[in-house]
Design a protein around this ligand. Structure first.
Ligand code: ZN
Length: 695
């Protein structure tokens, strides 16, 4: 790939050098401007290295706009001066380079570094948050390092950056503003509902959001601090911070209530030997995919203030800190084809077929393209080189075409004018196109989903049997299962008396499933099994759910205005199916839940006291490893249901918000992370004892 892009060769002459400078400047402008990517990180780093190598050999030809030696490649400026320049870090790319850098630093100091601090490098935007007497008064981007842009309008929308500190001190906290994977998915849902382009990656989402002033909606960001300065006029605190080790400064910042890199789940640790540093680097790299947020490297710093002062600064970076870069999560590959798939709700979604590319340890062959309008907005063509983003549990996505690599052989992407599954009409009135037949178009998928283990759990009803019933016209949706006629089923191929009787008995048994399973079976867009449980617990009856307006739906945790509107619209579409289910005698209530939120009573949802008495009330619980004791018989989903019955919330990843980790046999990185974060860890047996009333 690098050969094809011509990125691995040496710059031959001044014209090639100028061209390389222009390319790097354009890429840096896009990256730091709207966060889009013209070159992936590795390609950009290689390009800048080639530029630097040429400049070293030809010092007389250095272009004034060269990105070398400049913060952010010289791409951005601002008008709010920084009190102390906000520099970027130099990079290393291998253990050998890290060792060489550390040796250089120790040579400069004339002695070993006293201690190292090691923490993740976050893939967001650097900002300075200025607090005056404990109040957050100004937020400034890094800009060109000397001056940044005032983005104070974003105050109040950033998790981890409180409006008020625990103490009334004046201090500038520096750190990274970013979108976590969950915030990124939520933001794109909101963007699409508002007919906007989905953000192509969390960093561009954070960049765009931080600058946006007049959006009709807000999306959440997260802050992690990695440095602090005292104000010029408060000599006392400034001196104290200057004389403290980096790790002490960050403890002080965390004590003020600001989130620091310690809370990322990858932690911040100190080490005294370089071997320990390398081990920590490997550990953090290993945690990368499970963090739920983007890191692009690991920052290694000389921890002690005295070491930092003596090492000093170069023109663009401190000499006492380095960024160990991890493999890029953006790569360039070719767009081979676009497939149009119909989902179980009838949504027609394009999917990019890519020339397989290795990104962060996995081979990526497919990536999401959202919708037809999005393809047009991104200006994609078949055969294009495209940047692809994949990090952690984020679904791979195509970001943008690399226009300057076009050969002229690229062709337009065909947009279907009929449903690619049934050939019927397409409803294009929304951003997400849908077959006019809705769930009936791909009934096999929607019915299979309804009878799956997490929903109605009718094990004997596999895809072949569903397909046969659909073909014979016995059913059109899953509600029809409950009124199936014995003779008609018997008439199907490969159905005998016993299998028919057993199947109908299994269907009959599913009528008594709790409301959360029945609701899950509906496959309402914007809900899955855990959201279905929350909805069922909150409303207790199907009637109460159907009667809920958008405001009432939003009282369920995790449902915002967009999702509430989507659920309400879906319930309207599904009304005939729900009516059929009710008429067939399918259970429409949630055992144990109370209808505190019954419409018309004027109360504000279910009485909280009912939940507050439960053993796991207010707790977020993560389960990892294989379960032993009474929990051994439960699937992970059943264990999660148990936790929710006992009043807790479940999560799949450990973070600072985790209250409890249930660690079974072979608990791996989640247990390490919980230990690092000080999260309480319990055994499956002890946990079973706590919740035995709900087993
Ligand atoms: Zn269709």
């Amino acid at each position: 790939m690098t050969e094809a892009l011509g990125l691995s060769t040496v710059l031959g002459d001044e014209a090639a050098y100028r061209q390389a400078v222009a390319e790097a400047v354009a890429a840096a402008a896009a990256y730091y401007g709207d966060g889009s990517t013209a070159l992936d990180d590795e390609a950009y780093d290689r390009l800048v290295r080639r530029v630097a190598a040429y400049e070293e050999a030809h010092p007389g030809q250095v272009a004034p706009d060269s990105p070398t030696g400049k913060v952010a490649g010289g791409a951005v400026t601002g008008d709010v001066p920084h009190t102390v320049p906000m520099l970027s870090l130099d990079n290393v790319f291998s253990p050998e380079e890290l060792t060489a850098w550390a040796a250089g630093l120790e040579r400069r100091l004339g002695r070993p570094v006293r201690a190292w601090s090691v923490e993740p490098k976050l893939d967001g935007l650097a900002v300075a948050a200025r607090y005056r007497e404990g109040r957050l008064v100004q937020l400034i981007t890094r800009g060109d390092g000397a001056a940044g842009e005032d983005v104070s309008h974003a105050i109040g929308t950033i998790v981890g950056l409180p409006d008020r500190l625990a103490e009334p001190v004046s201090v500038e906290v520096r750190g990274e503003v970013m979108m976590t994977a969950a915030q990124f998915e939520a933001a794109n849902l909101v963007r699409v509902e508002h007919e906007g382009t989905p953000f192509s990656n969390p960093r561009s989402g954070a960049a765009g959001t931080l600058r946006a002033k007049d959006r009709p909606y807000t999306v959440e960001l997260t802050f992690f601090g990695y440095g602090a300065l005292g104000p010029q006029r408060d000599g006392e605190l400034a001196r104290r911070l200057e004389e403290s080790a980096h790790s002490e400064v960050m403890e002080f910042v965390a004590g003020l209530g600001v989130q620091t890199t310690t809370a990322t789940g990858a932690g911040m640790t100190t080490a005294t030997t370089l071997e320990d540093v390398q081990r920590r680097v490997e550990e953090i790299a290993g945690l990368r995919t499970g963090l739920g947020l983007g890191i692009d490297g690991i920052v290694v710093k000389a921890d002690a203030a005295a070491d930092q002062v003596e090492a000093g600064f170069s023109s663009r970076a401190p000499r006492w800190a380095i960024a160990y870069k991890l493999p890029a999560v953006e790569k360039i590959t070719r767009l081979v084809e676009v497939e149009w798939n119909v989902g179980r709700t009838g949504v027609i979604a394009p999917r990019a077929v890519l020339e397989p590319v290795q990104i962060d340890g996995t081979t990526v062959t497919y990536a999401t393209l959202h919708n037809a309008a999005d393809i047009a907005r991104r200006g994609l063509l078949l055969g294009d080189h495209v940047t692809v983003y994949k990090a952690g549990d984020v679904i791979p996505r195509v970001e943008a075409p690399v226009v300057h690599l076009r050969t002229g052989a690229e062709t337009p992407i065909a947009i279907p004018d009929a449903c690619p599954r049934c050939g019927g009409d397409v409803d294009t009135s929304q951003q997400r196109w849908r077959c006019r037949q809705g769930r009936l178009c791909h009934a096999l998928a929607s019915i299979s989903y309804a009878v799956s283990r997490d929903a109605l759990d009718i094990e004997s009803l596999g895809r072949t049997r569903i397909e046969a019933m659909l073909q014979a016209g016995l059913i059109a949706d899953f509600a029809d299962l409950f009124t199936l006629d014995h003779e008609a089923v018997l008439g199907l191929e490969r159905m005998g008396h016993t299998s028919t009787t057993n199947l109908l008995a299994a269907i009959e048994a599913a009528k008594t499933k709790p409301l959360n399973k029945v609701f899950c079976a509906l496959g309402v867009q914007g809900t899955g099994r855990s959201m279905s449980r929350r909805i069922a617990r909150h409303f207790a009856t199907m009637d109460a759910i159907r009667a809920a307006d958008i405001d009432e739906l939003q009282q369920v945790e995790g449902i915002g205005p967009e999702r509430a509107a989507l659920i309400a619209a879906e319930l309207h579409v599904l009304a005939p199916v729900i009516d059929k289910l009710a008429a067939a005698g399918v259970s429409m209530t949630e055992p144990g839940a109370t209808t505190g939120g019954t419409p018309g009573t004027g109360t504000d949802g279910p009485a909280p006291s009912a939940d507050a008495d439960l053993p796991l009330a207010g707790m977020t619980v993560v389960v990892t490893g294989s379960m032993t004791g009474p929990l051994a018989a439960l699937s992970r989903n059943e264990t999660n249901e148990l936790i929710e019955r006992a009043g807790g919330k479940t999560s799949s990843s450990v973070s600072a918000r985790t209250s409890l980790l249930v660690a079974g046999d072979k608990a791996g990185s989640k247990k390490d992370k919980a230990t690092a974060l000080g999260v309480t860890i319990t055994t499956p047996e002890d946990f079973a004892e706590t919740v035995k009333a709900f087993l």
